[in-house]
Design a protein around this ligand. Structure first.
Ligand code: GDP
Ligand code: IMO
Ligand code: MG
Length: 422
C-alpha cells in the first residue's frame, strides 16, 4: 500500500482538520508528519466543535490509529490539555494514539526563546504563534534536542537541565526579557508523566509494516505550503517542511510509497501573522470575507488577513507537492458576492509574472484579476454538487481548467456533513 497525503496549499487554516475527519473512515491510520501546537485543526460534527493541535484529526473515529510522527514537535503541556479535553469522548488513548519515539519535545525554555526572539525583532516579527516551534526545530537540527524516547531514560532530568542551561545562556542576552521558569517547569514535568502513560513506538517501522500488511495510511499536514521553511514566503514561515516531501522525512516513508496527494485550498485566501500576501484585501471586501468566514485563528484567536484566490501561488503549491486532487473549502463564504475575483498573474515592473517570485516581501507586485460571476446565495444546505448553482459549477470548472487538477471535494460549511463530492 501507499500513503495518501493531505495538506494545505495556502498559508494554513484551509480546513485540513475537517477533511481528514471526513476521509478517516476510508483509512486505518492517520499520521501527523510535522508541525506542532502552532496548528489548530477544527472539526465539527453532531453539534460539537473541537480544535486539535497535536493529536491527528482521525481521533474521533473508532478503530482508527492516530500517530504523531517523528517530524512533529510536542509540547507535553499542550498535549496533556488536549487529552483532557477529549476525555468526554471515551477514547482509548493507550491503543489508539501512538507517539514516535523520535518526535522532539518543546521545552518551556523553547517557548521563552520564541517570545524573546519575536520581541527582539520588533516590527519585523514573524507573527509566530509563540508555541516554541522555531527554537525546538533549531535544537533538532543543531543536534541538541530531547525526544519522546528520552523521557524514560534515567538521565532525562540531566539532559533537560543541560539544555535549559544553554537556553538560559541565550536568554541572558535579551536584556528586557523577563521570565519565571519554575512556574513553567512544574506543569511541564507533570505533563511528562502523562506522556509516559502513552504508547511510544518506532513509528517508521510501525508504519512501513502496516503498509506491508495492507493497511491504509493518510498523512495529515499542518500549516500550509506558503509557510514551508524552504518554499514558503521566507522568513515569514514556520520551521518545518509542510510539503509532501515532509511526509517522507516526518514519517519515514520512502518517496516511492507516496500515493494520492490531496491539496486543500480555500475558495479565497487567508493568512495569519506577518509576511507578504499578494492578493490581500485591506478594504471592506476583505472585512466581509473575514466576517462571513469567521476568519479568526483557531490557535491564537488573531484575525486572519483575507484576499481573493491567487492562482500564481496555487499553481506553485500544486507543483511543489505533486497534488493529484483538490478540495475547495469555504465556498459558502463567497455566497455574499455578486462577483468573485481570481488572480491569474502578477505584474512586476510592467512584466507579466506567472511563476511565484523569489522575494515577494520587497517586490512590488500588482495582482491581475479575472472577474467571475458569483453564485450570490446560501450554499450551506446544499446536499449534492449536482444541485449546486450554475455559477459555482462554473467556478469549479474554471479552476480545474486553470490548475489542470480535478476538484473532488467542495466544502460548503464547517460541519462534516457540509461536504460535497464532485
Ligand atoms: P486547518 O488548520 O486547516 O484544519 O483549518 P482551521 O480549523 O484552522 O480553520 C478552518 C476554519 O474553517 C474552521 O473554523 C472550520 O470549522 C471552518 N471550515 C472548514 N470548512 C468550512 C467550510 O466549507 N465553510 C465554512 N464556513 N467554514 C469551514
Ligand atoms: P494550521 O495547521 C496558520 C503561522 C504563524 C506565523 C508563522 C510562524 O492550523 O493550518 P510558528 O508558530 O510556526 O513559529 O509561526 O506561521 N502559522 C500558521 N498559520 N495556520 C497554522 O497551522 C499555522 N502555524 C503557524 O501565524 O505567521
Ligand atoms: Mg488551523
Amino acid at each position: 500500500m501507499k500513503v495518501d497525503v493531505l495538506l494545505g496549499l495556502q498559508w494554513g487554516d484551509e480546513g485540513k482538520g475537517k477533511i481528514v475527519d471526513v476521509l478517516t473512515p476510508s483509512y486505518d491510520i492517520i499520521a501527523r508528519f510535522q508541525g506542532g501546537p502552532n496548528a489548530g485543526h477544527t472539526l465539527e460534527f453532531e453539534g460539537i466543535k473541537h480544535v486539535l493541535h497535536t493529536i491527528p484529526s482521525g481521533i474521533f473515529h473508532k478503530d482508527v490509529i492516530n500517530l504523531v510522527g517523528n517530524g512533529v514537535v510536542i509540547d507535553p503541556v499542550v498535549f496533556s490539555a488536549e487529552l483532557d479535553k477529549l476525555k468526554p469522548f471515551n477514547i482509548d488513548f493507550k491503543t489508539r494514539l501512538l507517539l514516535s519515539k523520535k518526535a522532539h519535545l518543546i521545552l518551556p525554555t523553547h517557548k521563552l526563546l520564541d517570545a524573546a526572539s519575536e520581541q527582539a525583532k520588533g516590527k519585523n516579527k514573524i507573527g509566530s504563534t509563540l508555541k516554541g516551534i522555531g527554537p525546538t526545530y533549531m535544537d533538532k537540527t543543531g543536534r541538541n534536542g530531547l525526544r519522546v524516547g528520552d523521557i524514560h531514560s534515567p538521565n532525562f532530568k540531566e539532559k533537560y537541565e543541560a539544555l535549559v542551561e544553554k537556553h538560559e545562556g541565550i536568554l541572558k542576552h535579551h536584556d528586557d526579557f523577563t521570565y519565571d521558569l519554575p512556574s513553567l517547569e512544574k506543569p511541564w514535568f507533570e505533563a511528562i508523566e502523562v506522556l509516559k502513560q502513552l504508547t511510544a513506538v518506532d513509528s517508521e517501522h510501525y508504519l512501513n509494516a502496516a503498509l506491508q500488511s495492507g493497511k491504509k495510511v493518510l498523512a495529515e499536514g499542518a500549516q500550509g505550503t506558503m509557510l514551508d521553511i524552504d518554499f514558503g514566503t521566507y522568513p515569514f514561515v514556520t520551521s518545518s517542511n509542510t510539503v509532501t516531501a515532509g511526509t517522507c522525512t516526518g514519517l519515514g516513508i520512502a518517496p516511492t510509497k507516496i500515493g494520492s496527494v490531496i491539496g486543500i485550498f480555500k475558495a479565497y485566501c487567508t493568512r495569519v501573522g506577518s509576511g507578504p500576501f499578494p492578493t490581500e484585501l485591506d478594504d471592506e471586501v476583505g472585512e466581509l470575507i473575514r466576517q462571513e468566514g469567521r476568519e479568526f485563528g483557531a490557535t491564537t484567536g488573531r484575525p486572519r488577513r483575507c484576499g481573493w484566490l491567487d492562482l500564481v501561488q496555487l499553481r506553485y503549491a500544486i507543483m511543489i507537492n505533486g497534488v493529484t486532487e483538490l478540495a475547495m473549502m469555504k465556498s459558502d463564504v463567497l455566497g455574499v458576492f455578486e462577483h468573485i475575483e481570481v488572480c491569474t498573474h502578477y505584474l512586476v515592473d510592467g512584466q507579466k509574472v506567472t511563476d511565484f517570485p523569489f522575494d515577494v516581501t520587497d517586490l512590488h507586485i500588482e495582482p491581475i484579476y479575472e472577474k467571475l460571476e458569483g453564485w450570490n446565495c446560501d450554499l450551506t444546505a446544499l446536499e449534492s454538487f449536482d444541485a449546486a448553482p450554475k455559477a459555482l459549477k462554473d467556478y469549479v470548472t474554471y479552476l480545474e481548467q486553470q490548475l489542470n487538477i480535478p476538484i473532488r471535494v467542495i466544502s460548503v460549511g464547517p460541519d462534516r456533513k457540509q461536504t460535497l463530492q464532485n
